[in-house]
Design a binder for this molecule. Structure first.
Ligand code: HEC
Length: 136
């Protein structure tokens, strides 16, 4: 029996591997995050909608730490540099637009400082931050 196109799987694997090596945050998002957050950031039942939401956290005290410490971020199989790039990409892609245009981007150093372990009280911390944002 002939083997079925062995070259194709290898070519695909190499393409994915070199894409990941190039550290394209859009690719990292696709591989590591969008399974739960979906390609458009809209999320699901227990996964918050990132659209017009994720950037609001950078404006409140503790918000930048939260974005790094939330388990999906802190536990990701990405180094600090790549996680910083994905978070910056997410904020720029999902907004809100005025934050995306002006926020100081995450650096690998900042991510490493905050990435001390996953948050345990995620819901409580998130609730408090949302309260600090005001009406929304
Ligand atoms: C297994 C599902 C899953 C994966 C994969 C995942 N997340 Fe999440 N993410 C969640 C859930 C659920 C929440 C809500 C907070 C919580 O309960 O952890 C969340 C919340 C967040 C938040 C805060 C948004 C908010 O409004 O509170 C950020 C930032 C985030 N994730 C980043 C990431 C990044 C970056 C990745 C990929 C490296 C990722 N997540 C992968 C499930 C996931």
């Amino acid at each position: 029996m002939r083997r079925s196109r062995p070259g194709l799987g290898l070519a695909l694997a190499l393409t994915l591997a070199s894409a990941a090596e190039a550290r394209d945050p859009a690719v990292d998002y696709m591989l590591e995050c969008q399974g739960c957050h979906l390609p458009d950031g809209s999320g699901a039942t227990d996964v918050p909608d990132l659209r017009d939401g994720i950037g609001r956290f950078v404006r409140v005290d503790g918000g930048r730490a939260y974005l790094v410490q939330v388990p999906g971020s802190s536990q990701a199989g990405l180094d600090d540099d790549a996680l910083a790039a994905v978070l910056n990409w997410m904020i720029r892609s999902f907004g809100p637009a005025e934050v995306a245009a002006s926020f100081p981007p995450f650096s690998a150093d900042e991510v490493s400082r905050f990435r001390t372990g996953p948050l345990v009280e995620v819901e409580a911390v998130r609730r408090e931050l949302v309260q600090r944002m005001g009406a929304d």
